[in-house]
Design a protein around this ligand. Structure first.
Ligand code: IFM
Length: 450
């Protein structure tokens, strides 16, 4: 069987605004919840923040030149909402729009297809002050913001992702509290679920009202869940976690209904027509995937269920062999199964693999090179899973490696390196890693290099 990927397969790389841009308070940008969170003592590893990050705001041309060197076909980036609307709504900031306009022009000059993500977690602080995702009003503000971006950039960008990983920013931001805005409030978390779904639906309509040629979808992080043990408690925890993690967004957006276990809890929030607004004719599903999830029952957790920690995990597996520095297991089969689950459950949709990758502690060697062999091996295995899924009928259109650059890994700061390009966070110098050249070869051959 041929190991070629389909003609026109889109090989891309992904980043997000807060993680790479820096320039956190210039050219009229407003504060985001991540500016606030990272400047609150004790919230981020070593109290780091992304005020400068990789300084992509000033170095975007250099970064795009690096993309062009390996003939990257697409680049997925996110727009910082508070750069466009410093107050989250009302008057827009022209200088913010100018930055992304220049970025788009530079990409197109190099024949790199832009994929815009409208929301990758840097919510305007002013919107958070009104309740953030737990206030239904946010759906209007997000829809207005989406409309403006489509109006300004819809001529140059034909692929829009509304939201990145709703399950992560709702669960960790409103339930577990270790991401911005740092809340632990089940009632607010449940409101978030419905408002996030609605925001997607309204944004979909806004973007399509600008042009029906723009393709729109949502990026969901999904992963097969396994019960940590055979105990009935862990098995029922797994069922709960699976519904909240994997289906709270995908089911309403792509099938038009909530899993029962969730619907029972949020019935009072659902108004007439809401489900119609949420369930639009999406053009694609964006899938972010890294590993499977082992779920354990935990009474202290507000859901009664959570993913296992490293200590628990080490009881199950030989941890040294199988983990990235995020303590995530390397399980390419889970990727295959997740893709096939999307295919089977959601009527064989178009799929963009909007993120996949791994963090390792890459070191610059004495010759100034970074031989990230572990990342290359990881990519080979995960790409084989993608290839297998395509052969089995999944309509996969693209694969975006996470990430193009080493960047600010949220509450874990700069300690975790995901890039195929190394960034020295003192000098901001970029050095392409071995995996970058591997990716270049992959693009050239349109098949996985040996
Ligand atoms: O860095 C994140 C990204 O922002 C969202 N998806 C997972 C990545 C790795 O944790």
């Amino acid at each position: 069987m041929s190991n070629k990927f389909p003609n026109n397969f889109i090989w891309g790389a992904a980043t997000s605004s807060y993680q790479i841009e820096g320039a956190s308070s210039i050219d009229g940008k407003g504060k985001s919840i991540w500016d606030t969170f990272s400047h609150t003592k004790g919230k981020v590893f070593n109290n780091q923040n992304a005020d400068i990050a990789t300084d992509h705001y000033n170095r975007y041309k250099e970064d795009i030149a690096l993309m062009n060197n390996i003939k990257l076909k697409a680049y997925r980036f996110s727009i910082s909402w508070p750069r466009i609307f410093p107050n989250g709504k009302g008057k827009f900031n022209k200088k913010g729009l100018d930055f992304y306009s220049k970025l788009l022009d530079e990409l197109l000059k190099k024949n790199i297809k832009p994929f815009i993500t409208l929301y990758h977690w840097d919510l305007p602080q002013k919107i958070q002050n009104l309740g953030g995702w737990s206030n239904r009003e946010i759906t209007k503000y997000f829809s207005d913001y989406s409309y403006l971006i489509a109006k300004k950039f819809g001529d140059r960008c034909k692929n829009f992702i509304t939201l990145n990983e709703p399950a992560v920013f709702s669960t960790f931001g409103y339930l577990d509290g270790y991401m911005a805005p740092g809340l632990k409030n089940k009632k607010k978390y449940l409101s978030c679920i419905h408002n996030i779904n609605l925001a997607h639906g309204f944004a979909f309509k806004s973007i399509k009202s600008v042009s029906s040629n723009i393709k729109v979808g949502c990026t969901l992080n999904m992963a097969p869940c396994l019960a940590f043990s055979n105990s009935s408690k862990d098995i029922s925890a797994k069922i709960t976690y699976d519904a909240f993690w994997n289906r709270a967004y995908a089911d309403p957006m792509y099938l038009g209904s909530y899993p029962k276990i969730i619907e029972n809890k949020i019935q009072n929030l659902i108004r007439q027509n809401d489900m119609k607004i949420i369930n639009q004719k999406n053009d694609f599903i964006g899938l972010n995937h890294y590993q499977h999830i082992r779920v354990i029952s935990d009474k202290k957790n507000l859901l009664g269920a959570r993913s296992v920690n490293l200590k628990e995990l080490s009881k199950k597996i030989n941890i040294k062999k199988n983990l990235t520095t995020m303590n995530w297991e390397i399980v390419p089969d889970a990727y295959y199964h997740q893709i096939m689950e999307l295919k089977n459950r959601y009527n064989n949709p178009n799929i963009h693999l909007t993120e996949n990758g791994c963090s390792f502690s890459d070191k610059v060697n004495k010759n100034g090179k970074i031989l990230d062999v572990k990342r290359v091996n990881f990519l080979k295995k995960y790409l084989k899973a993608v290839h297998k899924a395509i052969n089995n009928g999944a309509k996969i259109k693209s694969y975006f490696v996470w990430s193009f650059l080493d960047n600010f890994e949220w509450a874990l700061g700069y300690d975790k390196r995901f890039g195929i390009v190394h960034v020295d966070f003192k000098t901001l110098k970029r050095i392409p890693k071995k995996s970058y050249y591997f990716f270049g070869e992959l693009i050239k051959k349109n098949s996985i290099p040996k």
